[in-house]
Design a protein around this ligand. Sequence first.
Ligand SMILES: NC(=O)c1ccc[n+]([C@@H]2O[C@H](COP(=O)([O-])OP(=O)(O)OC[C@H]3O[C@@H](n4cnc5c(N)ncnc54)[C@H](OP(=O)(O)O)[C@@H]3O)[C@@H](O)[C@H]2O)c1
Length: 400
Amino acid sequence: MSTYKQIVLASRPKNEIIPSEVFRTEEGGPIPTDKTLKDGEIAIKVDYLSLDPAMRGWMNDTKSYVPPVKIGEAMRAYGIGTVTFSKHPRYNPGDLVVGTFGWREYVVTTGSGIEKVILPQGATPRDFLSTLGMTGLTAYFGLLRHVPENVLGPNCTVVVSAAAGATGSVVGQIAKVKGCKVIGIAGGEAKCRWVRGELGWDGCVDYKKKGWERDLREAVGRGGINVYFDNVGGDILDECLKLAAPHAKFIICGSISQYNTSKPQGPRAFLLVISKRITLKGFIVFDFLKEYDQARKELAQWLLEGKIKRMEHIVDGGIDAAPRALVQLFEGANTGKMMRLLLPLSRRPSPNCKRPPLIPSIRLGITEGSAQILRNCRDLWGQGLDSLCYWMRCLEMGQV
Ligand SMILES: NC(=O)c1ccc[n+]([C@@H]2O[C@H](COP(=O)([O-])OP(=O)(O)OC[C@H]3O[C@@H](n4cnc5c(N)ncnc54)[C@H](OP(=O)(O)O)[C@@H]3O)[C@@H](O)[C@H]2O)c1
């Protein structure tokens, strides 16, 4: 009987994640079939797993907005998958579904916590893990529900940290739709080039460069920051507090610079909140669950109209590489939404077939259009073209 794999939490990290200590690969169980399913159950083959900074918090044994992952339990993760067998009245084989599948190759469920995907015009299944998924919705609600409509506009300077990431890149693009001046903060000139060039923001500051504080001050200008969307906390939050305009709104979405430490640092410039009358607003995207459908409609429309550009960082291969990919998220390896593609055993390429290089398109200096072609090509490679080498297939199709 064929079995599938899962990755479980073996121990809780104290600081940084050391994959070999923190995770363990196990046999998950037999690959579900029509015969093994009970009435009311669905079998799902997981196609993509989402890699999210929040996963680091779920490993801690502390009280939070969701319970911690238990030791020995499959690591919690969102995913998108395909129904392979169904004995549930609402699902049919071939249906696309999203949900909290965990680091597993297959899932059997009665349907709780999963959602059937109905693709809006022009959308792709993967959009449901990115722009139309948790990160896009976080950007949407974080900005639009916490900053009054009449504040967003040409006189509003919005600063976004982790600007080239999944959430940040959508926040800034929505702010541009609303007509704001948008300044990003990202790690590295290549990411900043993408933010300025492809996304068309008014500026982007590389916080890894010496003197970035001065660059940020100059990019923001004399009017100061009206809205700061904080994804990172730490020194960047402090610097933005210093540059805040009176009555600025600070949306506290995440604090990734502090997730890997047992002693997180709060803002040192906190007293400026008083003198500048700054509003700090924390939130969790699940607060807006009832409004997801409406938000998805608007986000899908912006995607269709090209007002929001999608960017995905796909790490392909089997489930075993998920822990390392999670670590890479904290190292800033991604531009856009980071996901892991799970290739079924039967569809892995032959050993002679050279894998396409995984080079973020920004490092190649190629445009979003060419990047999309490369990504399409990578997908073709992952969809059963085992006997053909990737580059040969692309050449044959005239795509490179
Ligand atoms: N409140 C909510 O409901 C909610 C929901 C989803 C996400 N979030 C939060 O939103 C933030 C972004 O999440 P995401 O899923 O969109 O991830 P992401 O931005 O796609 O990826 C994380 C990025 O963080 C940056 N980063 C890593 N370490 C950093 C450090 N020490 N200082 C500054 N930047 C650092 C890296 O980019 P660079 O190369 O630019 O450093 C990395 O690419 C996270 O803090 C997450 O926890 C909150």
